[in-house]
Design a binder for this molecule. Structure first.
Ligand code: PLP
Length: 491
């Protein structure tokens, strides 16, 4: 009996890290929760703002040696930290590809924080929540129910995992022990302008980004030219190269272009090549109305599919995912159970699926709960509506730009991305590039709208990637009007 164990040590001090007074803590926590909800409710009034010098100082206190009151901490969170957010909760945030976040995720994150679950494995509720979310993903993307998956930091990490699984198929599993020293020359194919996470993944897993063949794009949807792709593959095969995979893009970061997934899947089937789809944001176009839903046709044929919840699905950062058709290969590529992690017959150490066997991370947070909560609170149809509307927003923006004298459309708005620029007549190319960059910066500083920039054919263009559930058509009007006004005042 436990009571028979004699306590030999005096417990004189309270040295744990829990609050000394739970009632005080409760009061402060309620105050913070109210401030959080206020901020979300008024998201349209809180655009990005620069982190000025006093704010930077407040964010960098000296190394703390002594405690502060919870009330002081809550003050700092509310006044010093919260106001200096990225700004992607604002309805006119169109920069990069940043999701807007949802109030429902606040509920999930509070709960997950309290549970403090480690989702690397073992037998507890969070594992079943993540399994449920992954099952939903398989259903949404028409993947077989025995496919495997994992929630990740984002698509970048998902891409590393997918390429490792593809490598297991091509080089065999003993690459895990032997390394890639004796590997034949490998090649990877992707569209020009494919996201840099593919290059990074190849660098990280040791093949180097030089094995990437960037295929020119064409047509209105901006996908890889399939006959050029075929030509590259056949030439490389004749030279003795071994294709590691084709990376198809569903929703390119620069322009929102889509590869023809069915045509690429046919080519992969013909040559027995692994098809990886980068669907970071664009995979979710599958939920949209026609014609946009058609852009993802064939996505269910991928061997691996990487996508994010934190972009177009509005789930709070961070949450991405990987689905892999061949679950055994996925498991065999990562599983490793030393004695201290051995599966137990019962108890907490049991459970028939440990997520640490499907990726590089052993300790993992409870990302799944945000997705699980938000999808149930809103229902999938609500996301379909947001995604459809965002595509309509981009088309509308392109229309306004087409009708304006000051702005020129750079690429067609295929999905939810619109790129454009101003080219005042008296300016040379370098001047135009600097001018457009300056416009974007000034609009951000004014709190009017956040666009970002990219390069298209050497030209700096203004880019809007609309994945924002708070955006309304009047925000598009406002954003384009503000841009035109600024151009006319700067010319
Ligand atoms: C954002 C993005 C990525 C990278 O995803 P992260 O979640 O930021 O790691 C990859 N591909 C595309 C097309 C993207 O838009």
């Amino acid at each position: 009996m436990i009571s028979s164990v004699k306590n030999k040590r005096e417990d004189s001090s309270q040295s744990d890290l829990d609050p000394e007074n739970w009632n005080d803590f409760r009061e402060q926590a309620h105050r913070l929760l109210d401030a959080c909800i206020d901020r979300l409710e008024n998201a349209k009034d809180t655009p990005w703002q620069p982190v000025d010098e006093p704010a930077r100082q407040a964010l960098s206190p000296p190394l703390p040696k002594t405690p502060k009151d919870t009330s002081e901490i809550v003050d700092a969170l509310v006044n010093d930290v919260m106001p200096y957010a990225t700004g992607n909760t604002h309805p006119r945030f169109f920069g990069w590809v940043h999701g807007g976040g949802m109030a429902s995720c606040l509920l999930a994150e509070m709960t997950a924080s309290v549970m403090n679950s480690n989702c690397g494995g073992r037998n507890h509720g969070a594992i079943y929540v993540e399994r449920c979310v992954l099952d939903w993903c398989k259903e949404i993307f028409n993947f077989p129910s025995d496919a495997s998956g994992l929630l990740t930091v984002g698509t970048s990490q998902a891409t590393v995992l997918a390429l490792v699984a593809a490598r297991s198929r091509v080089l065999g599993l003993d690459v895990r022990q032997k390394g890639i020293g004796n590997a034949p020359p490998l090649t990877v194919y992707c569209a020009q302008g494919t996201h840099s996470c593919v290059q990074k993944a190849l660098q990280v897993i040791g093949h180097g980004s030089d094995i990437l063949r960037e295929v020119e794009t064409h047509g209105i949807s901006g996908g890889m030219n399939i006959s050029v792709l075929r030509g590259h593959i056949e030439q490389d095969l004749a030279k003795g190269c071994v294709p590691l995979c084709i990376v198809a893009t569903a929703g390119s970061v620069n322009t929102g272009a889509f590869d023809d997934l069915n045509a690429i899947a046919d080519l992969c089937a013909e040559h027995n090549i692994w098809l990886h789809v980068d669907g970071a944001f664009g995979a979710w176009a599958t939920l949209a109305d026609a014609p946009w839903s058609g852009l993802t046709a064939g996505i269910e044929r991928a061997d691996s599919l990487a996508f994010d919840f934190h972009k177009w699905m509005s789930v709070q950062y961070d949450c991405g995912a990987i689905l892999i058709r061949d679950s055994k290969l996925h498991y065999d590529s990562f599983s490793m159970r030393p004695s201290y992690l051995a599966k137990q017959k019962s108890g907490l150490g049991g459970g028939d699926l440990w997520f640490c066997d499907f990726g590089t991370d052993l300790s993992r947070g409870f990302r799944a709960l945000k997705v699980w909560t938000a999808l149930q609170e809103h229902g999938l149809d609500a996301f379909s509506k947001v995604i459809t509307e965002n595509c309509q927003h981009a088309a509308y923006m392109a229309e306004l730009i087409g009708a304006s004298e000051e702005l020129t459309l750079a690429t067609p708005a295929v999905s939810n991305v619109c790129t454009f620029y101003a080219a005042p007549e008296d300016m040379g190319k370098d001047e135009i590039n600097a001018f457009n960059e300056g416009i974007v910066h000034q609009l951000q500083r004014d709190g009017h709208v956040v666009f970002s920039t990219t390069k298209i054919d050497g030209l700096t263009v203004i880019r809007a990637a609309i994945v924002n559930h708070r955006t309304r058509f009047e925000d598009i009007d406002f954003a384009i009007n503000a841009t035109i006004e600024l151009i006319n005042s700067e010319k």
